[in-house]
Design a protein around this ligand. Sequence first.
Ligand SMILES: [Zn+2]
Length: 82
Amino acid sequence: MSECKKHIQSIADYIDGELGPELCSEIEEHLKGCKNCRLMVDTLRQTVILCKDGEREELPESISSKLNEAIKRRWEKKFGKA
Ligand SMILES: [Zn+2]
């Protein structure tokens, strides 16, 4: 775990593409053996991509209506059908 802490700053730089080649391969070596850090990189990468895109995507229709359904069902459970 302390290994991971040591790498966190480097991982952030790694994602930004600001890491030197030496540290870069060190990180990649660590990532190979560390699921936690791989997950972190994936998550951070996605966040970075989202940030770089600049615009927030609208909730897709399907998710939005599923959400509404779930809320409605909960409501009906609690208060009965209208
Ligand atoms: Zn790690």
